[in-house]
Design a protein around this ligand. Structure first.
Ligand code: SF4
Length: 941
């Protein structure tokens, strides 16, 4: 020690090494730094250079350490030796596990590949898992999107080629008015928190539309405590007001949308409601300057937005805007009409419409950024309408969610706030053509791959996966007349449909990271019966073989026959790819990796590497070389670097080419992962200033997007306010075209495939129905938990280990219910017991709870007397998976009729106090699960 140096006892260094990687404690994919000492994880903090979080780390992220060292970790491959659900397993070697899986899968592939149902949960490797399904040849593949937010994604992609979250976000730096619809704090976490901080600093008005005033709503300037499922009425009324007061930018609509395209008006004809087109197939408009019909895509015309015109063959046509205005200007969407149903006062709706218009039209933002549009016109400044919105599952998870999401986008578009300063901004690779060009691949012969990906975007009835009689081809009935635009599949229906052979049985159910026997399914008692149901004659399980991969001992593990134990997110390579759901920002595309910061200390393997191994053992094309040896012997890291989806395009866009200097396209670079690690495990491409805004019509951006492979052609993207694809389904429901809807589905398709967005009551127990279930029951998730992932995390459990039913204080007291009372929550299919907490910030007709806190006794390594099992409860038990039987006995799934999105939030319940002797413990209680032997937890010192 130097002579003058103070004698301070510095604390021991907590780490001898720091490695960067990507967080996986929720879906935000923040950059993290993992501090290691003696090869053990000691501490996690945020990576300040990372584009997603810029160093910010949330409670979940820092608690990742306890998920990594969770007592719930599986430790070896397992084979079931007791009855399903008993939890009796035997540890086996990886060779035996992989040989077993291969023999099951090989047999199915040779006979009938669709008898493999391969579904994954919230994994972040869908570019790989989807490719496995494609090369295997099964059409029965999807990830969790169908029970999460496919309504949001599909409505956006079919309307303006983008959506919220991974697809786009508000221009947080310039917006002057922000509306947030139905967003849960766990899901849209650090990026939204930091963004809201920016809005607060600038004094931007923030309006939260949510039946519950939780997290984000608590800091909103205005909270709209709307009734669940009525957001479409509220948004429709805002559009009504903007149209009524003529606060709509018609020039913008003519420039960027199909508002002026002429729609054929020939009731009963095969072309009714389709766009009138010229001989070249171009849509027609009426040019007010020349007084003639012309190509609507011309930019040198003054198109009519109203009126009726006559084509040369005598057909009557009207601009689509006229039809849209007619819909929204009716009294049905007048504020005074919707006020009662929405619980939003008419004056509030009128004021918010005025505020939106004021921000959009009187507070325009002008940036000193010259740009050139797709016609070659030079703009010396970039001018924007600074109104922005964000919406998520609260809007999406209703059976009317698709049209409601379309309405939110319509609202943004009539205000002219798409990809402009202060408005919504796309994140590359979006915008995409509308609808995206990939369609769901059809089944091929056994033993052959599909000719494309199993998921896609139908453009009309001819793209459906149905038999000649209209019956569904997929196990989940996606892309059938039940859910024609099911772009993410219907994972929530797979177990029910497979067990009831509706439309057929499967041989192998293969799932990854999806807790389908608990918080990821509806009607859990029924699901448990399906998973254990046997054939009366053979005694075999109706779902004969279940393979499941997870890192932790979830409720689903007990119901599988073969367990392939996964690593934690700190033990594996991973890829957050532009081929899947990247981490791009509005300023440019970005992707990322996870690197194994520590080696697994158990007999577990990364699922992605296991899948590549299985593909090679099965000899799937692309998974093996010409000589039949594994193409990616180095596992997922090998695949990430060397797999090319199309020539020069692979999992990662950065550091491509042999020299690592190419972006987007380029040969595989053997040093690519090293380059990513050196840069903090991410790569960010910065668009030039002239490419930053109006990407849907920006010449420099569109040409660049084509060059790097984001788009097939540098053509502008025209927003589809009027969605002709939907009308094609509707015409098929009216008996027109080569593929028509079966009689049993016609009325439903005709109603819901309206090319103009509209509101209809949720299909199961609409609010206001006199069904005896006066409350809507919905869930939120606390900021510190993500789905059920947090309940085996020793730190996060200390914050929330049990959930309550939250009720509006006044409403509860009128029913004689007080704080801490135990109540029965009853729906049409069952009842659940929970403890009540009263609050003011909730719509009076709504009750809610934290989702996925309640766990089944014994699951997740918890003791049977854990609060999660004794007092925590799930609303899932109360949500029907099937709508009531209709004439003929058929039952549609409890989903959006357009996209198949699970309608979790349509639940309606009745609340009553329990008898005094019933208080203190939740019900129903299921038999405790016997957990397999789990990994030892060695506490780091
Ligand atoms: S928000 Fe939190 S949990 Fe989610 S990725 Fe970021 S740090 Fe991790």
């Amino acid at each position: 020690m130097a002579k003058d140096e103070p004698d301070i006892a510095l604390s021991e260094r907590s780490a001898d090494e720091i490695k960067t990687t990507t967080c996986y404690m929720c879906a935000c994919r923040c950059g993290i730094r993992v501090h290691l000492k003696n090869g053990r994880v000691r501490y996690i903090d945020g990576n300040r250079d990372h584009p997603v979080n810029k160093g910010v780390l949330c409670g979940k992220g820092s608690a990742g350490l306890m998920t990594h060292y969770s007592p719930s970790r599986l430790r070896a491959p397992l084979k079931r030796v007791g009855p399903r659900g008993s939890g009796e397993f035997e540890e086996i070697s990886w060779d035996e596990a992989l040989e077993t899986a291969t023999s099951w899968l090989k047999d199915v592939r040779a006979r009938d590949p669709k008898k493999l149902a391969f579904f994954t949960g919230r994994d972040q490797s869908q570019a790989l898992t989807g490719w496995f399904a494609q090369q295997y040849g099964t059409i029965n593949f999807a990830a969790h999107g169908g029970f999460c937010s496919v309504n949001m994604a599909a409505a956006g992609l079919y309307t303006f080629g983008g959506s919220f979250w991974e697809f786009g976000e508000p221009d947080w730096d310039h917006t002057r008015y922000f509306m947030l619809f139905g967003v849960a704090e766990d899901h849209a976490s650090n990026p939204i928190k930091t963004a809201l901080g920016k809005l607060k600093q600038r004094g931007v008005k923030f309006v939260a539309v949510n039946p519950i005033r939780t997290g984000y709503g608590a800091i909103a300037d205005e909270w709209i405590g709307i009734r669940p499922g009525t957001d479409g009425l509220f948004v429709g009324a805002l559009i009504h007001e903007l149209m009524r007061t003529q606060r709509v930018d018609l020039d913008y609509l003519a420039r960027y949308t199909n508002a002026h395209w002429l729609v054929v008006d020939s009731p009963d004809a095969a072309d009714d409601g389709l766009f009138a087109r010229n001989a070249e197939g171009k849509p027609l408009a009426f040019d007010k300057t020349t007084g003639a019909l012309t190509d609507a895509t011309r930019t040198d015309i003054a198109p009519a937005m109203t009126g009726t015109f006559t084509l040369a063959d005598g057909r009557q046509v009207r601009p689509s805007f006229a039809l849209i205005a007619e819909r929204f200007l009716t009294d049905e969407y007048a504020p005074d009409t919707v006020a009662v149903a929405t619980a939003v006062p008419a004056d509030t709706i009128r004021r918010i419409a005025r505020e939106l218009a004021h921000a959009a039209f009187e507070e325009t933002v002008t940036l000193d950024i010259p740009w050139t549009d797709h016609t070659g016109r030079r703009h010396e400044k970039t001018v924007g309408r600074p109104v922005s919105m964000h919406a998520m599952r609260g809007i999406s998870a209703h059976s009317n969610g698709f049209h409601t999401c379309r309405m939110i986008h319509l609202l943004q578009i009539v205000l002219g706030s798409i990809d402009c300063p202060g408005g919504f901004r796309y994140k590359a690779p979006f915008p995409k053509p509308i609808p995206p060009p990939n369609k769901p691949a059809r089944a091929t012969e056994p033993g052959a791959p599909l000719k494309g990906g199993p998921l896609g975007f139908p453009q009309g009835p001819e793209d459906l996966l149905v038999e000649p009689n209209g019956a569904p081809q997929r196990i989940d009935k996606a892309y059938s007349w039940d859910a024609p635009i099911a772009a993410h599949g219907l994972m929530h229906m797979v177990i029910t449909n497979a067990a009831t052979s509706d439309p057929y049985p499967v041989d192998v159910l293969f799932m990854y990271m999806a807790n389908m026997s608990w918080n990821s399914s509806m009607n859990i008692p029924a699901i448990l019966k399906h998973l254990t149901a046997t054939d009366a004659e053979t005694g075999e399980y109706k779902i004969p073989k279940i393979i499941y991969s997870d890192a932790y001992s979830s409720e689903m593990v007990a119901y599988a026959d073969l367990i392939l134990p996964d690593t934690t997110y700190l033990e594996r390579w991973d890829c957050i790819s532009l081929l899947d759901r990247p981490i791009s920002g509005p300023g440019g595309p970005a992707d990322a990796i996870r690197q194994p910061v520590v080696a697994p200390d158990r007999n577990v393997r990364a699922f992605q590497s296991v899948l590549l191994d299985l593909g090679a053992r099965l000899g799937l094309p692309g998974f093996v070389t010409e000589t039949g040896t594994p193409r990616y012997p180095g596992g997922y890291a090998d695949y990430i670097v060397n797999h090319e989806r199309s020539p020069g395009v692979g999992s990662l866009a950065g550091f491509r080419g042999q020299d690592g200097k190419s972006y987007g396209r380029g040969a595989p670079n053997p040093n690519q992962l090293e380059s990513y690690i050196a840069g903090g495990c991410f790569h960010e491409y910065h668009l030039a200033p002239e490419q930053l805004y109006y990407k849907h019509a920006n010449k420099a951006y569109l040409e660049w997007a084509k060059d790097v492979g984001f788009m097939g052609a540098a053509t502008p993207i025209t927003f589809q306010l009027y969605l002709e694809s939907l009308q094609k389904f509707r015409l098929a429901a009216r008996g027109h075209g080569a593929v028509t809807a079966p009689a049993s589905h016609r009325e439903r398709v005709d109603k819901f495939f309206d090319p103009i967005p509209f509101w209809y009551p949720p299909l199961d127990n609409a609010p206001g129905d006199d069904t005896g279930f006066p409350f809507s029951a919905i869930t939120q998730r606390p900021m510190h938990m993500y789905h059920s992932w947090g309940s085996h995390n020793g730190w996060l459990r200390q914050i929330t280990a049990e959930n309550c039913l939250y009720m509006n204080r006044e409403r509860a007291e009128a029913l004689g219910i007080s704080d801490d009372d135990w109540v029965w929550i009853k729906s049409a299919i069952g009842r659940v017991k929970g403890r009540v907490r009263l609050m003011e910030g909730v719509n009076p007709d709504t009750v809610w709870t934290w989702n996925a806190i309640g766990r089944r006794a014994g699951a997740a390594g918890l003791t049977p007397d854990a609060p999660e099992a004794v007092r925590g409860f799930l609303l899932n038990h109360l949500i029907t998976e099937l709508l009531p039987e209709r004439e003929g006995g058929y039952r549609f799934s409890n989903s959006d009729p357009v996209t198949g999105q699970a309608a979790w939030y349509d639940l309606r319940v009745h609340i009553e106090k329990v008898a005094p002797a019933e208080a203190g413990e939740t019900a129903p209680q299921f038999e405790p699960i016997k957990s397999p032997a789990l990994a030892e937890v060695e506490i780091a010192r």
